[in-house]
Design a protein around this ligand. Structure first.
Ligand code: SF4
Length: 380
């Protein structure tokens, strides 16, 4: 029997209807403010906030309450996660991609320097990170099933598994059996961002390749959950469609996964679009509303991990990490071979170029605990 998947679940939450609902909440300022005050009183008592109340916390009138919202988010984060901030690093295995996504530097139609690391090269790159203390590593590829098949990802993971306590993947969407196979090779976590939950926009920006199949991607976290992966990360690329509605949908998706795969740790990231090869006109999502989104997610879903990437500036990261973030990347390179200085084009420009020791020092100066291992993989 086919089990319920997220693509079925969200049929009750059409993107355009949620967008309209949020527009009404934004406009009915007096009612919205009363509602926000009630929600904040409940949150102070650590009461659960249902999804329809979460919508008020990400509304435009909620910006006036950013300070108390951030204070509550801070308290919940410390209560649930203590002072621990997990540090991980991405390892780009390849920038070859057969898909065309209008916002991405790796898009098939971009004339960039392409490279796929050999297993040995991937190992060398990984050991550079290992020597800097990294124990949680995230393997990334584009969508090129021929040049970077599942067997290749499995081989890389197998080679690394004795050196890293956690191996994650952020690759093209796979089938449940393929996730199960990768688990046997040492992979324990999956990151798969939907990019946009807006079906119209999804079609406009995904022009070629497997990525065009929105439903297949939407159900990918389900397949990872069914395969028994320990950690699943979801998110939306902020700037592709209406940001408030995207955050509403990410919250809904995370809540659905938390209920259904209760043994799996769910994480959320909201990467803001950055300029890339052939993609320069990037919409601005203000720092203020971005912080509001993160804090509202923390209040709505106290147990999710919240990730802030090196796409953000050092100043911004330094000020936001202590409020509600639980995981960060550090010392990142977004091109294959980047850690050993090989030439290839990066996926996007990063803003925080600080080294791993510098990030550790920054966290300590904020009385946070940098953590390199919060999980150890044990093969049964
Ligand atoms: S977003 Fe992914 S699938 Fe799309 S072009 Fe970039 S690497 Fe390829």
């Amino acid at each position: 029997m086919q089990t319920l998947q997220f693509s079925d679940y969200i049929k009750n939450y059409p993107f355009e209807e949620i967008k309209l609902q949020l527009q009404n909440i934004n406009q009915d300022c007096k009612h919205t403010k009363n509602k926000i005050e009630n929600i904040l009183n409940k949150s102070l008592q650590y009461e659960h906030i249902p999804w329809n109340e979460f919508l008020y916390l990400i509304s435009t009138p909620a910006l006036e309450y950013l300070e108390p919202i951030a204070q509550i988010a801070y308290k919940i984060t410390r209560k649930r996660f203590g002072k621990a901030i997990l540090i991980y690093a991405p390892l780009y295995l390849s920038n070859e991609c057969k898909s065309i996504c209008t916002y991405c530097g790796f898009s098939y139609n971009n004339p960039i320097k392409r490279r796929t690391l050999s297993i040995e090269e991937a190992y060398e790159e990984a050991m550079i990170l290992h020597n800097q203390g990294i124990r949680h590593i995230l393997l990334l590829t584009g969508e090129d099933y021929r040049n970077t098949p599942v067997s290749y990802i499995g081989e890389v993971a197998e080679k690394l598994k004795n050196h890293f306590s956690s191996i994650g993947i952020e690759v093209y969407p796979l089938k449940e059996e393929e996730y199960k196979y990768l688990r046997t090779k040492g992979v324990d976590s999956l990151t798969i961002y939907q990019e946009t939950y807006d079906p119209i926009r999804y079609k406009e920006v995904h022009l070629q390749g497997v990525k065009k199949r929105m439903e297949f991607r939407l159900n990918c976290p389900d397949r990872g959950g069914l395969a028994g992966l320990r950690k699943i990360g979801i998110g939306a690329l902020m700037g592709l469609s209406d940001p408030q509605t995207e955050v509403a949908m990410v919250g809904l998706h995370a809540q659905y996964l938390l209920k259904k795969y209760w043994k799996t740790h769910i994480t959320i990231s909201l990467p803001r679009l950055k300029p890339a090869e052939n993609f320069q006109n990037v919409p601005v999502i203000s720092d203020k509303i971005y912080v509001l989104f993160l804090c509202a997610l923390r209040i709505f879903l106290p147990d999710v991990g919240l990730i802030l990437s090196t796409r953000e500036s050092p100043y911004f990261r330094d000020h936001v990490i202590p409020i509600c973030i639980t995981q960060i990347s550090a010392g990142s390179k977004t091109e294959p071979g980047g850690y050993s200085g090989k030439e290839a084009t990066e996926q996007f420009h990063i803003e925080d170029h600080r080294s791993i020791p510098e990030i550790v020092e920054m966290l300590k100066s904020k009385e946070l605990d940098p953590v390199f291992t919060d999980w150890v993989y044990v093969m049964k």
